[in-house]
Ligand binder design. Structure first.
Ligand SMILES: Cc1ncc(COP(=O)(O)O)c(C=O)c1O
Length: 450
């Protein structure tokens, strides 16, 4: 397969690789890809350009991250300027101004009371950092027995050992040994019998939060550090929280002194039409993990936002002693901090979170226009996210949705699939005409699927 790219320019040896073997691609069917590659060589606004020169409408904001749209000049220039000015500063025992400014801005966007930010380089690192902070918090509070972590079936919290341990997607767990000790899981909330084709949040399932009481009874609250959930479970295929569910988790955590962590790697930074899912659902956790939209995907960055109670608990002892023995060489990297500041400016200047909220009803209507098409067994939408669940081909789970992915790409639309669910999450700058185009293409693809 020749990857002749007339558009790419520059060094042809980068843009026209003639051997795809060495790169072990993440979460990818390597052999399938390498036989028929799908290379992206450029991006601008709502579109990618493929190596064969086609414009591809980005229905997934890259991987749920490019919330501001591609190649936004303000962000590009901020990163260019930063690399000239200060390429790197040690993250430990040293600082640089932009990372403090970014922490202030992120704290200002977070729900009231969540006012300190620990930076990481990805969502996975944010999750593992948050879990460690939760356990260490109880330790410094004199409750060293509180080490147990509670996740949820079908949860996705990245791929670190902490994240896959509290996560609940079997394929991400089963190859990797016993994982970390002392983890339990709440049941997931997906139920097509009760909730298929719901509008808004599913009416059925709020009671599933009470399973946390059962786990408290089983393990005793004095052993439990934290509960972690995604406010909307994204990677498993867009599962919306049932009415009252998140509120009930908050109540039970409060009753038993358990920290509540919202993993907002997807739901943060406008995806639901608000700064964070916490704001959208009116439930304030103790810790928020974020990444992706924080820099609109331009430079990798994640963060753990904690409340004052947690931060202050560590600020004891001799002042010259490190309070938290945790961090990464690239925590708060200058390029990421510059990208983050410029991204938050773009969000604010263009009112992109409010724009997403205003577009959400139009989006929902477009999602629901797929009702009745072949194989569609559920449609779910919230903010600018959609989940389109397909009936699996008997004996061949995931095959139908993967075929939809391939056919959509050939038709000029990038979608994402997980199992037999199509997940959509476009940049927040999408226009109504582009929403029509997306669902028009998808409808055509669905009609032709095996
Ligand atoms: C909720 C959630 N947590 C964590 C992660 C992991 O983020 P990363 O891939 O940046 O490590 C993701 C990625 O999709 C996610 O959706």
């Amino acid at each position: 397969m020749s990857l002749n790219d007339p558009l790419a320019g520059g060094n042809p040896s980068y843009n026209n690789p003639n051997d795809l073997e060495a790169f072990w691609m993440p979460f990818t069917a390597n052999r399938q890809f390498k036989q028929k590659p799908r290379m992206l060589v450029r991006a601008e606004g709502m579109h990618y350009t493929s190596h064969d020169g086609r414009r591809i409408l980005d229905g997934t904001a890259g991987l749920w991250c490019v919330n501001a749209g591609h190649a936004r000049p303000k962000i590009v220039e901020a990163v260019q300027q930063q690399v000239r000015e200060l390429d790197y500063a040690p993250a430990f025992q040293m600082g640089h101004p932009k990372v403090f400014a970014l922490a202030n801005q992120v704290a200002a966007l977070a729900p009231e009371g969540l006012d300190h930010v620990f930076f990481t380089n990805s969502g996975s690192e944010a999750v593992d950092s948050a879990l460690k902070i939760a356990i260490a918090y109880h330790n410094v509070q004199g409750e060293a027995g509180r080490t147990r972590l509670i996740g949820r079936e079908r949860g996705y919290h990245g791929v670190g050992f902490g994240g896959i341990s509290v996560g609940g997607i079997v394929a991400n767990r089963r190859f990797f040994g016993p994982l970390i000790n002392g983890v339990d899981h709440l049941p997931h909330t997906h139920n097509l019998e009760h909730n298929a084709f719901s509008h808004g949040l599913p009416a059925w399932g709020g009671h599933l939060a009470d399973e946390l009481e059962r786990l408290v009874t089983l393990h005793d609250a004095s052993t439990i550090a934290a509960v972690i959930v995604e406010p909307v479970a994204g990677s498993t295929g867009v599962l919306l929280p049932p009415v009252g569910y998140l509120q009930r988790l908050r109540e039970i955590c409060d009753k038993h002194g358990i920290l509540l962590i919202f993993d907002e790697v997807i739901t943060g930074f406008g995806r639901l039409g608000s700064s964070f899912g916490a704001e959208h659902f009116g439930v304030t956790p103790d810790i928020i993990t974020c990444a992706k939209g924080l820099t609109s995907g331009v430079v990798p960055m994640g963060g753990v936002i904690v409340n004052k109670k947690i931060y202050d608990a560590f600020m004891h002892g001799p002042e010259n002693v490190i309070e938290l023995f945790h961090g990464y060489t690239y925590s708060g990297h200058p390029l990421a901090a510059a990208a983050g500041l410029a991204t938050l400016d773009v969000y604010a200047e263009e009112g992109l979170f409010a724009r997403a909220a205003a577009l959400a009803p139009y989006w929902e209507e477009a999602v629901n226009s797929l009702k009745g098409l072949p194989h569609v067994i559920d449609l779910r939408s919230i903010g600018l996210i959609a989940g389109i669940e397909l009936e699996p081909i008997a004996g061949k789970p995931t095959a139908r949705a993967f075929e939809a992915f391939l056919r959509s790409y050939d038709a000029g639309l990038l979608i994402r699939t997980t199992g037999d669910i199509i997940a959509l999450s476009p940049p927040l700058v999408i226009e109504k005409g582009q929403i029509d185009e997306m669902f028009g293409t998808l409808a055509t693809v669905l009609k032709t699927l095996p």
